[in-house]
Design a protein around this ligand. Structure first.
Ligand SMILES: *Cc1c(COP(=O)(O)O)cnc(C)c1O
Length: 578
Protein backbone atom coordinates (compact mmCIF):
# COMPACT_ATOMS: atom_id res chain seq x y z
CA UNK A 1 0.00 0.00 0.00
CA UNK A 2 2.92 2.33 0.55
CA UNK A 3 2.94 3.14 -3.14
CA UNK A 4 -0.43 4.76 -2.88
CA UNK A 5 0.56 6.79 0.13
CA UNK A 6 2.90 8.69 -2.10
CA UNK A 7 -0.08 10.29 -3.71
CA UNK A 8 -1.69 11.68 -0.58
CA UNK A 9 -1.49 15.32 0.47
CA UNK A 10 1.67 15.16 2.52
CA UNK A 11 3.46 13.91 -0.57
CA UNK A 12 1.85 16.29 -2.99
CA UNK A 13 5.26 17.61 -3.98
CA UNK A 14 5.60 14.43 -6.01
CA UNK A 15 4.17 16.40 -8.87
CA UNK A 16 7.28 18.55 -8.98
CA UNK A 17 9.93 17.70 -11.51
CA UNK A 18 12.42 14.97 -10.89
CA UNK A 19 15.31 17.39 -10.86
CA UNK A 20 13.56 19.38 -8.15
CA UNK A 21 13.23 16.22 -6.13
CA UNK A 22 16.93 15.61 -6.58
CA UNK A 23 17.67 19.16 -5.58
CA UNK A 24 15.52 19.14 -2.50
CA UNK A 25 17.39 16.13 -1.20
CA UNK A 26 20.66 17.76 -1.95
CA UNK A 27 21.50 15.07 -4.46
CA UNK A 28 22.59 17.35 -7.24
CA UNK A 29 25.90 17.72 -5.48
CA UNK A 30 26.29 13.99 -5.63
CA UNK A 31 24.97 13.50 -9.14
CA UNK A 32 26.10 15.56 -12.12
CA UNK A 33 26.98 15.19 -15.77
CA UNK A 34 30.57 14.46 -14.77
CA UNK A 35 29.56 12.25 -11.84
CA UNK A 36 26.62 10.31 -13.22
CA UNK A 37 24.60 7.38 -12.02
CA UNK A 38 26.30 4.40 -13.67
CA UNK A 39 24.43 1.23 -14.51
CA UNK A 40 26.34 -1.94 -15.39
CA UNK A 41 24.72 -4.76 -17.28
CA UNK A 42 25.92 -7.71 -19.33
CA UNK A 43 22.58 -7.66 -21.11
CA UNK A 44 20.74 -4.74 -22.66
CA UNK A 45 17.55 -5.25 -24.67
CA UNK A 46 17.44 -2.18 -26.86
CA UNK A 47 17.08 -3.11 -30.52
CA UNK A 48 16.56 0.49 -31.57
CA UNK A 49 20.15 1.01 -30.47
CA UNK A 50 21.49 -2.19 -31.98
CA UNK A 51 21.74 -4.30 -28.84
CA UNK A 52 19.51 -7.28 -28.45
CA UNK A 53 19.03 -8.94 -25.09
CA UNK A 54 17.71 -12.26 -23.95
CA UNK A 55 14.90 -11.33 -21.61
CA UNK A 56 13.64 -9.28 -18.69
CA UNK A 57 17.06 -8.35 -17.31
CA UNK A 58 17.97 -6.55 -20.52
CA UNK A 59 14.55 -4.99 -20.97
CA UNK A 60 14.81 -3.55 -17.48
CA UNK A 61 18.19 -2.03 -18.31
CA UNK A 62 16.86 -0.39 -21.48
CA UNK A 63 13.78 0.92 -19.69
CA UNK A 64 15.85 2.31 -16.82
CA UNK A 65 18.00 4.34 -19.23
CA UNK A 66 14.99 5.63 -21.14
CA UNK A 67 13.32 6.70 -17.92
CA UNK A 68 16.52 8.45 -16.76
CA UNK A 69 16.64 10.28 -20.08
CA UNK A 70 13.06 11.49 -19.72
CA UNK A 71 13.61 12.53 -16.11
CA UNK A 72 16.90 14.20 -17.00
CA UNK A 73 19.02 12.16 -14.62
CA UNK A 74 22.71 12.04 -15.58
CA UNK A 75 23.04 8.36 -16.33
CA UNK A 76 25.55 6.11 -18.07
CA UNK A 77 24.70 2.57 -19.02
CA UNK A 78 27.80 0.43 -19.46
CA UNK A 79 27.31 -2.74 -21.46
CA UNK A 80 29.03 -4.77 -24.19
CA UNK A 81 28.17 -4.14 -27.81
CA UNK A 82 27.83 -7.67 -29.15
CA UNK A 83 29.09 -7.94 -32.74
CA UNK A 84 26.70 -10.81 -33.47
CA UNK A 85 23.21 -11.79 -32.33
CA UNK A 86 21.09 -14.90 -32.70
CA UNK A 87 17.64 -15.01 -34.31
CA UNK A 88 15.19 -17.88 -34.09
CA UNK A 89 14.14 -19.18 -37.49
CA UNK A 90 11.79 -21.96 -38.48
CA UNK A 91 12.23 -24.17 -41.50
CA UNK A 92 10.31 -27.38 -42.23
CA UNK A 93 8.98 -27.37 -38.69
CA UNK A 94 12.45 -27.11 -37.15
CA UNK A 95 13.64 -24.22 -35.04
CA UNK A 96 17.24 -23.07 -35.36
CA UNK A 97 19.34 -20.01 -34.54
CA UNK A 98 20.60 -17.79 -37.30
CA UNK A 99 23.67 -15.67 -36.57
CA UNK A 100 23.45 -12.06 -37.64
CA UNK A 101 26.36 -9.61 -37.66
CA UNK A 102 25.71 -6.20 -36.10
CA UNK A 103 27.79 -3.07 -36.64
CA UNK A 104 27.71 -0.40 -33.92
CA UNK A 105 28.21 2.32 -36.55
CA UNK A 106 24.81 1.50 -38.01
CA UNK A 107 23.17 2.48 -34.73
CA UNK A 108 24.69 5.88 -34.03
CA UNK A 109 27.61 4.72 -31.90
CA UNK A 110 30.95 6.48 -32.31
CA UNK A 111 34.39 4.99 -31.72
CA UNK A 112 36.21 6.72 -28.84
CA UNK A 113 39.50 4.88 -28.38
CA UNK A 114 40.82 1.50 -27.30
CA UNK A 115 41.51 0.05 -23.87
CA UNK A 116 43.36 -3.15 -23.00
CA UNK A 117 42.80 -6.02 -20.64
CA UNK A 118 44.93 -9.08 -19.96
CA UNK A 119 43.35 -12.46 -20.55
CA UNK A 120 44.93 -15.87 -20.91
CA UNK A 121 48.46 -14.47 -21.39
CA UNK A 122 47.33 -12.08 -24.06
CA UNK A 123 46.72 -8.40 -24.22
CA UNK A 124 43.21 -7.95 -25.59
CA UNK A 125 42.27 -4.72 -27.31
CA UNK A 126 38.72 -3.53 -26.68
CA UNK A 127 37.15 -0.74 -28.68
CA UNK A 128 35.31 1.80 -26.59
CA UNK A 129 32.24 3.01 -28.43
CA UNK A 130 29.44 5.22 -27.21
CA UNK A 131 26.09 6.63 -28.11
CA UNK A 132 25.37 9.91 -26.41
CA UNK A 133 21.81 11.13 -25.78
CA UNK A 134 20.78 14.40 -24.12
CA UNK A 135 21.28 13.36 -20.51
CA UNK A 136 22.28 9.73 -20.76
CA UNK A 137 24.62 7.60 -22.77
CA UNK A 138 25.33 4.00 -23.64
CA UNK A 139 29.03 3.30 -23.17
CA UNK A 140 30.20 0.02 -24.66
CA UNK A 141 33.25 -2.09 -25.14
CA UNK A 142 33.47 -4.42 -28.09
CA UNK A 143 35.86 -6.38 -30.31
CA UNK A 144 35.34 -8.61 -33.37
CA UNK A 145 35.64 -11.90 -31.45
CA UNK A 146 33.45 -10.91 -28.53
CA UNK A 147 30.74 -13.29 -29.76
CA UNK A 148 27.06 -13.17 -28.82
CA UNK A 149 25.26 -12.51 -25.55
CA UNK A 150 25.52 -15.55 -23.26
CA UNK A 151 27.78 -17.31 -25.76
CA UNK A 152 29.24 -20.57 -24.44
CA UNK A 153 28.68 -22.30 -21.12
CA UNK A 154 27.66 -20.18 -18.13
CA UNK A 155 30.83 -21.17 -16.25
CA UNK A 156 32.98 -21.29 -19.37
CA UNK A 157 36.09 -19.28 -20.15
CA UNK A 158 34.46 -17.13 -22.77
CA UNK A 159 31.67 -16.06 -20.44
CA UNK A 160 34.22 -15.08 -17.81
CA UNK A 161 36.16 -13.21 -20.47
CA UNK A 162 33.04 -11.24 -21.47
CA UNK A 163 32.35 -10.35 -17.84
CA UNK A 164 35.95 -9.32 -17.17
CA UNK A 165 35.95 -7.24 -20.37
CA UNK A 166 32.81 -5.42 -19.28
CA UNK A 167 34.11 -4.80 -15.76
CA UNK A 168 37.76 -3.88 -16.27
CA UNK A 169 37.33 -2.60 -19.83
CA UNK A 170 34.16 -0.67 -19.00
CA UNK A 171 35.76 0.94 -15.98
CA UNK A 172 38.66 2.18 -18.12
CA UNK A 173 36.17 3.34 -20.73
CA UNK A 174 34.39 5.46 -18.15
CA UNK A 175 37.67 7.17 -17.27
CA UNK A 176 38.50 7.57 -20.92
CA UNK A 177 35.39 9.66 -21.49
CA UNK A 178 36.16 11.68 -18.36
CA UNK A 179 33.48 10.37 -16.02
CA UNK A 180 33.49 9.30 -12.39
CA UNK A 181 30.69 7.14 -11.08
CA UNK A 182 28.52 8.69 -8.36
CA UNK A 183 26.98 5.29 -7.92
CA UNK A 184 27.54 1.91 -9.53
CA UNK A 185 24.43 -0.17 -9.97
CA UNK A 186 25.35 -3.77 -10.75
CA UNK A 187 22.54 -5.41 -12.70
CA UNK A 188 23.29 -8.94 -11.47
CA UNK A 189 26.59 -10.51 -10.51
CA UNK A 190 28.03 -10.78 -14.02
CA UNK A 191 28.99 -7.12 -13.55
CA UNK A 192 30.93 -7.70 -10.33
CA UNK A 193 34.26 -6.92 -12.03
CA UNK A 194 33.30 -3.28 -12.51
CA UNK A 195 33.17 -2.73 -8.75
CA UNK A 196 36.34 -4.79 -8.38
CA UNK A 197 38.11 -2.54 -10.91
CA UNK A 198 37.12 0.48 -8.88
CA UNK A 199 38.32 -1.02 -5.61
CA UNK A 200 41.57 -2.01 -7.26
CA UNK A 201 42.16 1.46 -8.60
CA UNK A 202 41.49 3.15 -5.28
CA UNK A 203 43.99 0.92 -3.50
CA UNK A 204 46.53 1.21 -6.30
CA UNK A 205 46.29 4.98 -6.03
CA UNK A 206 47.26 4.81 -2.38
CA UNK A 207 44.05 4.44 -0.42
CA UNK A 208 44.15 2.03 2.47
CA UNK A 209 42.47 -1.27 1.53
CA UNK A 210 39.91 -1.08 4.31
CA UNK A 211 38.96 2.51 3.50
CA UNK A 212 38.74 1.74 -0.20
CA UNK A 213 36.46 -1.18 0.56
CA UNK A 214 34.16 0.94 2.72
CA UNK A 215 34.04 3.60 0.01
CA UNK A 216 33.31 1.12 -2.78
CA UNK A 217 30.67 -0.64 -0.70
CA UNK A 218 28.81 2.58 0.06
CA UNK A 219 28.61 3.49 -3.60
CA UNK A 220 27.70 0.13 -5.07
CA UNK A 221 24.22 -1.30 -5.47
CA UNK A 222 23.82 -4.97 -6.28
CA UNK A 223 20.48 -5.68 -7.94
CA UNK A 224 19.59 -9.34 -7.70
CA UNK A 225 17.23 -11.09 -10.12
CA UNK A 226 17.93 -14.69 -9.16
CA UNK A 227 16.19 -16.48 -6.34
CA UNK A 228 18.57 -19.21 -5.43
CA UNK A 229 22.26 -18.62 -4.90
CA UNK A 230 23.08 -22.27 -5.54
CA UNK A 231 21.63 -21.99 -9.06
CA UNK A 232 24.35 -19.53 -10.02
CA UNK A 233 27.40 -20.39 -12.05
CA UNK A 234 30.77 -20.52 -10.34
CA UNK A 235 34.28 -20.13 -11.67
CA UNK A 236 37.48 -21.97 -10.79
CA UNK A 237 40.68 -20.57 -9.32
CA UNK A 238 42.50 -21.49 -12.52
CA UNK A 239 40.02 -19.46 -14.57
CA UNK A 240 40.56 -16.48 -12.27
CA UNK A 241 44.31 -16.92 -12.54
CA UNK A 242 44.04 -16.63 -16.31
CA UNK A 243 41.34 -13.98 -16.72
CA UNK A 244 40.94 -11.93 -13.56
CA UNK A 245 44.15 -11.72 -11.50
CA UNK A 246 46.31 -10.38 -14.38
CA UNK A 247 44.05 -7.31 -14.47
CA UNK A 248 44.54 -6.41 -10.82
CA UNK A 249 47.11 -3.77 -10.01
CA UNK A 250 47.04 -3.88 -6.24
CA UNK A 251 48.35 -6.72 -4.06
CA UNK A 252 45.85 -6.34 -1.16
CA UNK A 253 42.90 -6.63 -3.56
CA UNK A 254 44.44 -9.70 -5.17
CA UNK A 255 44.92 -11.26 -1.75
CA UNK A 256 41.36 -10.42 -0.69
CA UNK A 257 39.95 -12.04 -3.80
CA UNK A 258 42.13 -15.14 -3.57
CA UNK A 259 40.98 -15.68 0.00
CA UNK A 260 37.37 -15.87 -1.14
CA UNK A 261 37.88 -19.15 -2.97
CA UNK A 262 36.60 -22.16 -1.18
CA UNK A 263 37.22 -25.63 -2.54
CA UNK A 264 38.91 -24.12 -5.58
CA UNK A 265 35.84 -22.29 -6.89
CA UNK A 266 33.99 -19.04 -6.39
CA UNK A 267 30.44 -17.89 -6.91
CA UNK A 268 30.32 -14.27 -8.02
CA UNK A 269 27.36 -13.53 -5.74
CA UNK A 270 29.43 -14.18 -2.63
CA UNK A 271 31.95 -11.47 -3.53
CA UNK A 272 29.31 -9.14 -4.99
CA UNK A 273 27.53 -9.18 -1.63
CA UNK A 274 30.82 -8.18 0.02
CA UNK A 275 31.62 -5.34 -2.35
CA UNK A 276 28.11 -3.83 -2.37
CA UNK A 277 26.49 -2.57 0.78
CA UNK A 278 23.34 -1.58 -1.09
CA UNK A 279 21.29 -4.49 -2.35
CA UNK A 280 17.96 -4.67 -4.03
CA UNK A 281 15.50 -7.26 -5.26
CA UNK A 282 13.13 -6.63 -8.14
CA UNK A 283 9.71 -7.07 -6.48
CA UNK A 284 8.40 -7.16 -2.93
CA UNK A 285 8.01 -10.92 -2.97
CA UNK A 286 11.41 -11.50 -4.55
CA UNK A 287 13.21 -9.25 -2.06
CA UNK A 288 11.58 -11.22 0.74
CA UNK A 289 12.26 -14.73 -0.51
CA UNK A 290 15.62 -14.44 -2.30
CA UNK A 291 17.71 -16.88 -0.36
CA UNK A 292 21.24 -15.48 -0.23
CA UNK A 293 23.85 -15.75 2.43
CA UNK A 294 27.02 -13.79 2.91
CA UNK A 295 30.36 -15.39 3.65
CA UNK A 296 29.68 -15.56 7.39
CA UNK A 297 26.43 -17.41 6.67
CA UNK A 298 24.16 -14.46 7.50
CA UNK A 299 21.02 -14.13 5.36
CA UNK A 300 21.28 -11.14 3.01
CA UNK A 301 18.57 -8.48 3.17
CA UNK A 302 17.39 -6.99 -0.11
CA UNK A 303 15.53 -3.71 -0.47
CA UNK A 304 12.48 -4.17 -2.70
CA UNK A 305 12.45 -1.91 -5.74
CA UNK A 306 9.88 -3.41 -8.07
CA UNK A 307 10.74 -3.21 -11.75
CA UNK A 308 8.77 -0.60 -13.64
CA UNK A 309 8.70 0.03 -17.37
CA UNK A 310 9.16 3.06 -19.57
CA UNK A 311 5.47 3.79 -20.12
CA UNK A 312 5.76 5.86 -23.35
CA UNK A 313 7.88 3.19 -24.98
CA UNK A 314 5.42 0.38 -24.34
CA UNK A 315 2.17 2.13 -25.25
CA UNK A 316 0.81 3.55 -28.44
CA UNK A 317 0.85 7.36 -28.62
CA UNK A 318 -2.97 7.23 -28.72
CA UNK A 319 -3.17 5.38 -25.43
CA UNK A 320 -0.62 7.65 -23.82
CA UNK A 321 -2.59 10.66 -24.93
CA UNK A 322 -5.72 9.15 -23.43
CA UNK A 323 -3.99 8.62 -20.07
CA UNK A 324 -2.62 12.13 -20.01
CA UNK A 325 -5.78 13.84 -21.19
CA UNK A 326 -7.82 12.02 -18.58
CA UNK A 327 -5.30 13.08 -15.95
CA UNK A 328 -4.42 9.52 -15.08
CA UNK A 329 -0.73 10.03 -15.80
CA UNK A 330 1.08 13.32 -15.33
CA UNK A 331 3.68 14.75 -17.71
CA UNK A 332 6.44 12.65 -16.10
CA UNK A 333 4.38 9.47 -16.43
CA UNK A 334 3.75 9.15 -12.73
CA UNK A 335 0.17 8.30 -11.87
CA UNK A 336 -1.41 11.67 -11.08
CA UNK A 337 -2.60 12.50 -7.58
CA UNK A 338 -6.16 11.75 -8.70
CA UNK A 339 -5.45 8.75 -10.89
CA UNK A 340 -7.61 6.33 -8.91
CA UNK A 341 -10.70 8.51 -9.24
CA UNK A 342 -9.96 9.05 -12.92
CA UNK A 343 -9.41 5.38 -13.62
CA UNK A 344 -12.79 4.59 -12.05
CA UNK A 345 -14.38 6.72 -14.79
CA UNK A 346 -12.93 4.78 -17.72
CA UNK A 347 -15.78 3.43 -19.82
CA UNK A 348 -16.08 0.29 -21.89
CA UNK A 349 -16.50 2.39 -25.03
CA UNK A 350 -13.15 4.06 -24.44
CA UNK A 351 -11.44 0.75 -23.76
CA UNK A 352 -12.81 -0.75 -26.97
CA UNK A 353 -11.80 2.32 -28.97
CA UNK A 354 -8.25 2.15 -27.62
CA UNK A 355 -7.97 -1.55 -28.31
CA UNK A 356 -9.12 -0.97 -31.89
CA UNK A 357 -6.07 1.20 -32.49
CA UNK A 358 -3.97 -1.44 -30.78
CA UNK A 359 -5.41 -4.14 -33.04
CA UNK A 360 -4.55 -2.13 -36.15
CA UNK A 361 -1.01 -1.75 -34.88
CA UNK A 362 -0.72 -5.48 -34.15
CA UNK A 363 -1.89 -6.29 -37.67
CA UNK A 364 0.66 -3.92 -39.14
CA UNK A 365 3.45 -5.69 -37.25
CA UNK A 366 2.16 -9.15 -38.16
CA UNK A 367 2.53 -8.26 -41.83
CA UNK A 368 6.29 -8.47 -41.43
CA UNK A 369 6.39 -11.14 -38.73
CA UNK A 370 4.95 -14.39 -40.14
CA UNK A 371 4.09 -17.33 -37.88
CA UNK A 372 6.32 -20.39 -37.72
CA UNK A 373 4.69 -21.92 -40.78
CA UNK A 374 5.45 -18.81 -42.78
CA UNK A 375 1.88 -17.48 -42.83
CA UNK A 376 1.03 -13.86 -42.10
CA UNK A 377 -1.76 -13.57 -39.58
CA UNK A 378 -4.38 -10.89 -39.69
CA UNK A 379 -7.04 -10.42 -37.04
CA UNK A 380 -10.38 -8.68 -37.33
CA UNK A 381 -11.54 -6.12 -34.78
CA UNK A 382 -14.03 -8.63 -33.41
CA UNK A 383 -11.59 -11.47 -32.79
CA UNK A 384 -10.73 -12.09 -29.17
CA UNK A 385 -6.98 -12.66 -28.84
CA UNK A 386 -5.37 -14.39 -25.89
CA UNK A 387 -1.60 -14.23 -25.78
CA UNK A 388 1.27 -15.91 -24.03
CA UNK A 389 4.56 -14.18 -24.85
CA UNK A 390 7.68 -14.81 -22.86
CA UNK A 391 10.86 -16.85 -22.96
CA UNK A 392 10.09 -20.53 -23.43
CA UNK A 393 11.48 -21.76 -20.11
CA UNK A 394 10.09 -24.40 -17.83
CA UNK A 395 9.16 -22.30 -14.80
CA UNK A 396 6.99 -20.00 -16.91
CA UNK A 397 4.94 -23.06 -17.95
CA UNK A 398 4.09 -22.16 -21.56
CA UNK A 399 2.52 -25.61 -21.88
CA UNK A 400 0.02 -25.13 -19.02
CA UNK A 401 -2.86 -23.81 -21.17
CA UNK A 402 -2.46 -26.91 -23.37
CA UNK A 403 -2.81 -29.39 -20.52
CA UNK A 404 -6.43 -30.09 -21.40
CA UNK A 405 -6.69 -29.63 -25.15
CA UNK A 406 -10.39 -30.40 -25.24
CA UNK A 407 -11.20 -27.67 -22.74
CA UNK A 408 -8.99 -25.18 -24.54
CA UNK A 409 -10.66 -26.04 -27.81
CA UNK A 410 -14.16 -25.78 -26.34
CA UNK A 411 -13.53 -22.32 -24.97
CA UNK A 412 -11.79 -20.97 -28.07
CA UNK A 413 -14.51 -22.44 -30.29
CA UNK A 414 -17.38 -21.09 -28.24
CA UNK A 415 -16.05 -17.54 -28.50
CA UNK A 416 -14.24 -17.78 -31.82
CA UNK A 417 -11.11 -16.73 -29.92
CA UNK A 418 -7.46 -17.03 -31.01
CA UNK A 419 -4.48 -18.02 -28.87
CA UNK A 420 -1.15 -16.51 -29.85
CA UNK A 421 2.04 -17.96 -28.44
CA UNK A 422 5.46 -16.38 -28.78
CA UNK A 423 8.73 -17.15 -27.02
CA UNK A 424 12.24 -18.21 -27.86
CA UNK A 425 13.81 -21.36 -26.53
CA UNK A 426 17.20 -20.69 -24.99
CA UNK A 427 19.84 -21.85 -27.44
CA UNK A 428 20.94 -25.35 -26.50
CA UNK A 429 17.90 -26.11 -24.33
CA UNK A 430 16.89 -29.27 -26.17
CA UNK A 431 14.38 -30.29 -23.51
CA UNK A 432 12.26 -27.15 -23.92
CA UNK A 433 12.66 -27.33 -27.67
CA UNK A 434 11.10 -30.78 -27.75
CA UNK A 435 8.32 -29.51 -25.48
CA UNK A 436 7.66 -26.77 -28.00
CA UNK A 437 7.58 -29.24 -30.92
CA UNK A 438 5.30 -31.54 -28.99
CA UNK A 439 2.92 -28.70 -28.29
CA UNK A 440 2.90 -27.49 -31.90
CA UNK A 441 2.30 -31.05 -33.11
CA UNK A 442 -0.68 -31.49 -30.83
CA UNK A 443 -2.15 -28.26 -32.15
CA UNK A 444 -1.64 -29.35 -35.77
CA UNK A 445 -3.47 -32.60 -35.12
CA UNK A 446 -6.65 -30.76 -34.16
CA UNK A 447 -8.63 -29.22 -37.01
CA UNK A 448 -9.97 -26.36 -34.96
CA UNK A 449 -6.88 -25.54 -32.88
CA UNK A 450 -4.79 -25.62 -36.04
CA UNK A 451 -6.46 -22.44 -37.25
CA UNK A 452 -6.89 -20.79 -33.84
CA UNK A 453 -3.57 -21.36 -32.06
CA UNK A 454 -0.58 -19.55 -33.55
CA UNK A 455 3.12 -19.53 -32.79
CA UNK A 456 5.26 -16.50 -33.64
CA UNK A 457 8.99 -17.25 -33.76
CA UNK A 458 11.87 -14.99 -32.72
CA UNK A 459 10.02 -13.29 -29.86
CA UNK A 460 11.40 -9.81 -29.28
CA UNK A 461 10.42 -6.31 -28.21
CA UNK A 462 8.46 -5.67 -31.37
CA UNK A 463 6.25 -8.71 -30.85
CA UNK A 464 5.99 -7.98 -27.13
CA UNK A 465 4.71 -4.48 -27.74
CA UNK A 466 2.42 -5.44 -30.60
CA UNK A 467 0.71 -8.18 -28.61
CA UNK A 468 0.34 -6.03 -25.51
CA UNK A 469 -1.47 -3.32 -27.42
CA UNK A 470 -3.39 -5.63 -29.74
CA UNK A 471 -4.63 -8.56 -27.69
CA UNK A 472 -7.46 -8.84 -25.17
CA UNK A 473 -6.32 -11.34 -22.60
CA UNK A 474 -2.79 -12.22 -21.53
CA UNK A 475 -1.56 -15.28 -19.71
CA UNK A 476 1.24 -15.31 -17.12
CA UNK A 477 1.50 -18.57 -15.21
CA UNK A 478 4.94 -18.98 -13.61
CA UNK A 479 5.33 -21.58 -10.87
CA UNK A 480 4.72 -19.50 -7.75
CA UNK A 481 7.99 -18.48 -6.15
CA UNK A 482 10.11 -18.60 -9.29
CA UNK A 483 9.42 -15.32 -11.12
CA UNK A 484 11.54 -12.51 -9.70
CA UNK A 485 9.32 -9.78 -11.13
CA UNK A 486 8.40 -10.14 -14.78
CA UNK A 487 7.47 -7.08 -16.78
CA UNK A 488 5.42 -8.37 -19.71
CA UNK A 489 2.32 -8.43 -17.51
CA UNK A 490 2.97 -4.73 -16.79
CA UNK A 491 2.95 -3.95 -20.52
CA UNK A 492 -0.36 -5.83 -20.76
CA UNK A 493 -2.12 -4.03 -17.93
CA UNK A 494 -0.88 -0.69 -19.22
CA UNK A 495 -2.51 -1.51 -22.56
CA UNK A 496 -5.78 -2.67 -21.00
CA UNK A 497 -5.47 -6.42 -21.46
CA UNK A 498 -7.17 -8.61 -18.89
CA UNK A 499 -4.47 -10.47 -17.01
CA UNK A 500 -4.74 -14.12 -16.04
CA UNK A 501 -1.85 -14.87 -13.70
CA UNK A 502 -0.49 -16.81 -10.80
CA UNK A 503 0.30 -14.66 -7.77
CA UNK A 504 4.02 -14.30 -8.27
CA UNK A 505 6.80 -11.79 -8.94
CA UNK A 506 5.72 -8.17 -9.20
CA UNK A 507 2.11 -9.25 -9.71
CA UNK A 508 2.12 -10.11 -6.00
CA UNK A 509 3.00 -6.50 -5.09
CA UNK A 510 -0.78 -5.91 -5.05
CA UNK A 511 -3.48 -8.09 -3.49
CA UNK A 512 -4.70 -11.23 -5.21
CA UNK A 513 -8.10 -9.76 -6.11
CA UNK A 514 -6.46 -7.18 -8.39
CA UNK A 515 -6.61 -9.34 -11.56
CA UNK A 516 -7.90 -12.74 -12.74
CA UNK A 517 -5.82 -14.86 -10.42
CA UNK A 518 -4.99 -18.55 -10.38
CA UNK A 519 -4.25 -19.81 -6.90
CA UNK A 520 -4.58 -23.60 -6.78
CA UNK A 521 -2.94 -25.76 -4.14
CA UNK A 522 -1.22 -27.86 -6.77
CA UNK A 523 -0.70 -27.85 -10.51
CA UNK A 524 -3.85 -29.85 -11.22
CA UNK A 525 -5.95 -27.24 -9.43
CA UNK A 526 -4.10 -24.43 -11.15
CA UNK A 527 -4.89 -25.97 -14.52
CA UNK A 528 -8.57 -26.28 -13.65
CA UNK A 529 -8.66 -22.68 -12.49
CA UNK A 530 -6.89 -21.54 -15.61
CA UNK A 531 -9.77 -22.65 -17.83
CA UNK A 532 -12.34 -21.04 -15.53
CA UNK A 533 -10.42 -17.77 -15.61
CA UNK A 534 -9.96 -17.99 -19.37
CA UNK A 535 -13.68 -18.25 -19.90
CA UNK A 536 -14.29 -15.43 -17.44
CA UNK A 537 -11.76 -13.15 -19.16
CA UNK A 538 -13.13 -13.76 -22.63
CA UNK A 539 -16.72 -13.28 -21.42
CA UNK A 540 -15.74 -9.96 -19.84
CA UNK A 541 -14.93 -8.66 -23.32
CA UNK A 542 -18.56 -9.38 -24.27
CA UNK A 543 -19.96 -7.46 -21.31
CA UNK A 544 -19.34 -3.75 -20.64
CA UNK A 545 -19.79 -3.95 -16.90
CA UNK A 546 -17.26 -6.73 -16.40
CA UNK A 547 -14.80 -5.19 -18.81
CA UNK A 548 -14.88 -1.88 -16.92
CA UNK A 549 -14.62 -3.70 -13.61
CA UNK A 550 -11.40 -5.51 -14.51
CA UNK A 551 -9.66 -2.76 -16.46
CA UNK A 552 -10.35 -0.20 -13.72
CA UNK A 553 -9.21 -2.59 -11.05
CA UNK A 554 -5.97 -3.55 -12.79
CA UNK A 555 -5.05 0.06 -13.56
CA UNK A 556 -5.87 1.41 -10.12
CA UNK A 557 -3.90 -1.32 -8.38
CA UNK A 558 -0.90 -1.48 -10.68
CA UNK A 559 -0.24 1.85 -12.41
CA UNK A 560 2.14 3.13 -9.72
CA UNK A 561 3.98 -0.18 -9.79
CA UNK A 562 4.20 -0.16 -13.60
CA UNK A 563 5.57 3.39 -13.76
CA UNK A 564 9.28 3.37 -14.52
CA UNK A 565 9.44 6.93 -13.15
CA UNK A 566 8.32 5.51 -9.82
CA UNK A 567 11.03 2.86 -10.04
CA UNK A 568 13.84 5.32 -10.72
CA UNK A 569 12.59 7.54 -7.92
CA UNK A 570 12.64 4.53 -5.57
CA UNK A 571 16.22 3.75 -6.58
CA UNK A 572 17.33 7.33 -6.08
CA UNK A 573 15.56 7.46 -2.70
CA UNK A 574 17.35 4.30 -1.62
CA UNK A 575 20.76 5.22 -3.00
CA UNK A 576 20.93 8.78 -1.83
CA UNK A 577 18.95 8.74 1.38
CA UNK A 578 20.35 11.59 3.43
C1 LIG B 1 9.08 -7.37 -21.64
C2 LIG B 1 9.95 -8.35 -22.26
C3 LIG B 1 10.52 -9.37 -21.49
C4 LIG B 1 10.28 -9.51 -20.02
O1 LIG B 1 9.51 -10.64 -19.87
P1 LIG B 1 9.06 -11.33 -18.54
O2 LIG B 1 8.90 -12.74 -18.95
O3 LIG B 1 7.79 -10.74 -18.12
O4 LIG B 1 10.15 -11.14 -17.56
C5 LIG B 1 11.33 -10.31 -22.13
N1 LIG B 1 11.58 -10.24 -23.45
C6 LIG B 1 11.05 -9.27 -24.21
C7 LIG B 1 11.36 -9.25 -25.66
C8 LIG B 1 10.23 -8.29 -23.65
O5 LIG B 1 9.72 -7.33 -24.42
Amino acid sequence: MSLFKRHTLENIEDTESFSEILDRRNFTKKLSDERPYTYWTIELYDQENGIRGGGGLGVLAADTRRVAERLEVPFVLVTPFYPVELHQCFENGESYDKVLAVDYRDFGFEYVDSVFIRCNNELVELSVVQKVFEKTRILSITEPNFRELYGGESCGDHRLYQEVALGFGGYQALKLVGLKPAIMQLNEVATFFAALARLDELVFNGMDFYEAMVYTRKHTLYTNHTLVQAAEASFSLSQFERYVFPNLKSKPVLKWLKDKFSGGSLRLSSVTIEIAELRSGVSKLHARVANYHDISGEKVKFKAVTNGIDIPYWTLPDILEFYQESNILDEKFYPSTVFEAQVSRIEAGQIREIKKRGRDFLNSVLKRRPDYLGNCLEFSQDDIIIDFKRRFVDYKRPWLPFSDLKKLRDILERFGAHYVLSGRVHSGDSRMLSKLYELLDKVQEDDYLKTHVHYLPDYDEEIARALSVGSNVSVNVPIVGLEACGTSWEKDILNMCLLISTHDGGVADATIDSYLSISGENEKEEIEQFYIRLEEAISAWKNDFDLEFWVRKELSRYLPIISGSRMLKDYVDYLFKS
